[in-house]
Design a protein around this ligand. Structure first.
Ligand SMILES: O=CN(O)C[C@@H](CC1CCCC1)C(=O)N1NCCC[C@H]1C(=O)Nc1ccccn1
Ligand code: NI
Length: 191
């Protein structure tokens, strides 16, 4: 069994930082049906995100708040990620998915108004990160069942950030070098 069992409390020192080659790796597809080990790792990753957004636990464990986490960010060459996002109404949306593929996307772009950060990047990198405004994703859940998700808004951006990680892409790869705050005409800004 790997270190990342369901009851293992993931901390910031378990998260690899830029410079580690695993972050520039195109991660390997995960075998289906999911092994017990891979299921436990995903549960551990989701718990980290929940802890990181909990006012008490994030302080107790010194966690930076995170809404998504990819397996290569904890050093695993596996095509899987977890997402935990609370929406404006306070409803939580959680996902633990493997072998994701963006099967279609909008021409229109969107950006986070404050740019993006990354738990694997210990420095601010200013600039807009252009992303597809809407995406359709096919992936597999913990039971190995195929899921197709149509995403927009913040969730679409989070999924693109995580799927980028699984392809060895960092958010700042998308920032315009000449003018980091360049906006094409058809962009909508998400705050
Ligand atoms: O690969 C995964 N990561 O690197 C964790 C990242 C993933 C998000 C970055 C932009 C889209 C996905 C993460 O969550 N953060 N990045 C660094 C610290 C802040 C935090 C964050 O952006 N939080 C947030 C954003 C919008 C709304 C609410 N909270
Ligand atoms: Ni990241």
């Amino acid at each position: 069994m790997s270190k990342f069992t369901a009851d293992y409390i993931l901390k910031m020192n378990d998260i690899v930082r830029e410079g580690d080659p695993i972050l520039r790796t195109v991660t390997k597809e995960v075998e289906l049906p999911l092994s017990k080990e891979d299921k436990e790792t995903l549960l551990c990753m989701l718990q980290f995100l929940k802890n990181s957004q909990d006012p008490v636990l994030s302080k107790k464990y010194h966690l930076r708040g995170g809404v998504g986490l990819s397996a290569n960010q904890i050093g695993l060459d596996k095509r899987m990620f977890a997402v935990y996002v609370k929406d404006e109404e306070g409803n939580a949306h959680e996902y633990m998915l493997v072998n994701p593929k963006i099967i279609s996307h909008s021409v229109t772009k969107s950006y986070l108004a404050d740019g993006e950060g990354c738990l694997s990047v210990d420095r601010p990198v200013p600039g807009f990160v252009p992303r597809s405004e809407r995406i359709k994703v096919r992936a597999y859940d913990l039971d190995g069942k195929e899921v197709v998700l149509r995403l927009k808004g913040l969730m679409s951006i989070v999924f693109q950030h995580e799927i980028d990680h699984l392809n060895g892409i960092m958010f700042y790869d998308h920032i315009n070098k000449e003018n980091p705050f360049k906006l094409p005409e058809d962009a909508s800004i998400k705050s």
